[in-house]
Design a protein around this ligand. Structure first.
Ligand code: ZN
Ligand code: FE
Ligand code: FE
Length: 182
């Protein structure tokens, strides 16, 4: 006969197996975004250099400074979970950065290239928003309060960066339209 206690123990065992698998998944995603942030620290200055619109250049440079913060926040997270900060190549981010490079190569200096840079940068931000959203949720489920807070801060900045790019896009397009009318 299975006693109530034995059933409880079985349930607990299943639960801790699940949470250790979630922890593994969490670590994998963490390594992935750590690679991505490092790659972006190299890619963002190149995008800023190729951009023409001053607001766009500012947005990219400001987000570069934030991205450096994101990298060190991830290092804090690794520390909090007792793991060495490790980067694992993120194929998705690598592809998105490559796409951005292609756009810059295929367009002439000016509003068209700027529009392409914004498109590429927003795809990057959306990938980051998805990843940090997931990581934050995992941290909550795993009961990692401090980690969750750190990830939520970065998530907020990624969302703000995306919104800022949208704003720059709207302004740039409006300016263009006005010029066309004149
Ligand atoms: Zn970031
Ligand atoms: Fe990835
Ligand atoms: Fe970002």
């Amino acid at each position: 006969m299975v006693t109530k206690n034995a059933q409880g123990a079985e349930k607990n065992k299943k639960r801790s197996m699940k949470s250790s698998q979630l922890m593994e998944l969490f670590e994998e995603q963490l390594k992935d975004i750590y690679w991505a942030e490092k790659a972006l620290i190299k890619a963002l200055p190149k995008m800023a250099k190729k951009a023409s619109d001053e607001d766009l250049i500012n947005a990219l440079e400001e987000h570069l400074a934030e991205t450096e913060e994101h990298q060190s926040r991830l290092e804090q997270v690794f520390k909090l979970i007792g793991k060495k900060a490790t980067a694992k190549k993120c194929e998705a981010m690598s592809g998105l950065i490559e796409e951005g490079e292609e756009i810059m190569k295929d367009t002439e200096d000016g509003p068209m290239r700027d529009a392409g840079i914004i498109a590429a940068a927003q795809k990057v931000e959306h990938y980051e928003i998805a990843t940090y959203g997931t990581l934050r949720q995992f941290a909550e489920t795993l009961g990692l309060k401090d980690v969750e807070k750190i990830l939520a801060t970065t998530l907020k900045e990624e969302k703000a960066a995306d919104e800022k790019l949208s704003k720059v896009a709207t302004t740039a397009i409006n300016v263009d339209a006005a010029e066309e009318k004149a």
